[in-house]
Write a protein that binds this ligand. Structure first.
Ligand code: KMH
Ligand code: ZN
Length: 271
């Protein structure tokens, strides 16, 4: 069986003060993505930062980052439309106009740490419809059980093509479900048949929950967006060690690592 590895090199929250190896500028992000691709990642989940390292949905920065990545390697780019808590929804949504192969779709408003992650129903519906029109595959971000129901409603309304539906089960965000094996199992059992999925395990339990998800038949995501550490007290010196660790974990479970071409077909991305 093959598993898709996604690298999430940057995210919206951490800073270079938290981990000096966090890539924030287009060249840094493209270099990190190319290294991850060489190690086995087939998908790059991309957040953008401006010159002051703040989360941004600036289309020029997104375009430049996508171009630099494409120059370096053929990895499949998934833009985050989560972007960052401070960025208005309509700016976030406009990123799909750049037609990345994939983009995230966050279905519900929620508390997110000390902040608020705004995803109002009408705007989520407009974004889902636009992604469908443009052929940008949504990755559905599930931070709580009701978010899955919200996504299934979008599908039932004809706003998602389910060939197959692709989910991230996001555990460990303060405001969403805690990072526990029980919560992971509850969500996995409720996914529709033929769904493809991965766990995004934020923080301390990243490795453990990634291992459980791989054993359950899920895909895997690795990178500094989800954990800054290799183990307690040890910062990861970049994204590469986290990706390499995930690849080794998958191989130790006798899983093959899907390349870009196989991932295109596993995720139903068309040609
Ligand atoms: N940062 C994760 C908690 C997105 O970017 O749209 C979830 C995530 C979703 O990666
Ligand atoms: Zn993200």
């Amino acid at each position: 069986m093959s598993v898709v590895i996604t690298v999430a090199p940057t995210g919206p929250i951490a800073s270079k003060e938290d981990n000096p190896h966090l890539p924030t500028q287009p060249e840094e992000i493209a270099d990190a993505v190319a290294g991850a691709h060489a190690a086995g990642a087939a998908v790059a989940h991309i957040h953008l930062r401006d010159a002051a390292h703040r989360p941004t949905a600036d289309p020029a920065i997104a375009r430049r980052t996508m171009d630099l990545i494409a120059e370096r390697c053929p990895i499949l780019v998934q833009l985050s439309t989560g972007v960052g808590l401070s960025v208005p929804f309509e700016e976030r949504a406009a990123l799909v106009e750049l037609r990345p192969r994939m983009a995230t779709l966050n279905p519900c408003t929620m508390s997110f740490g000390a902040g608020e992650f705004r995803n109002p129903p009408a705007q989520v519906r407009r974004l889902a419809a636009r992604m469908r029109e443009l052929g940008v595959k949504p990755e559905l971000e599930i931070y709580d059980t009701g978010h899955l129901d919200a996504c299934l409603r979008l599908r039932d309304e004809g706003l998602l093509d389910d060939e197959p539906l692709q989910f991230s089960i996001v555990l460990g965000v303060a405001g969403g479900m805690a990072a526990t094996p029980d919560n992971l199992l509850t969500l996995v059992r409720r996914l529709p048949e033929n769904a493809v999925w991965q766990v995004i395990a934020v923080g301390r339990r990243n490795l453990e929950l990634t291992a459980i998800a791989l054993a359950l038949g899920g895909n895997a995501r690795a990178g500094l967006e989800d954990t800054l550490h290799l183990r307690k007290g040890e910062l990861s010196p970049g994204n590469l060690p986290l990706v390499e660790r995930t690849v080794a974990l998958a191989r130790s479970l006798d899983l093959q690592i899907a390349g870009v071409e196989e991932t295109t077909s596993l995720l139903g991305l068309g040609t």
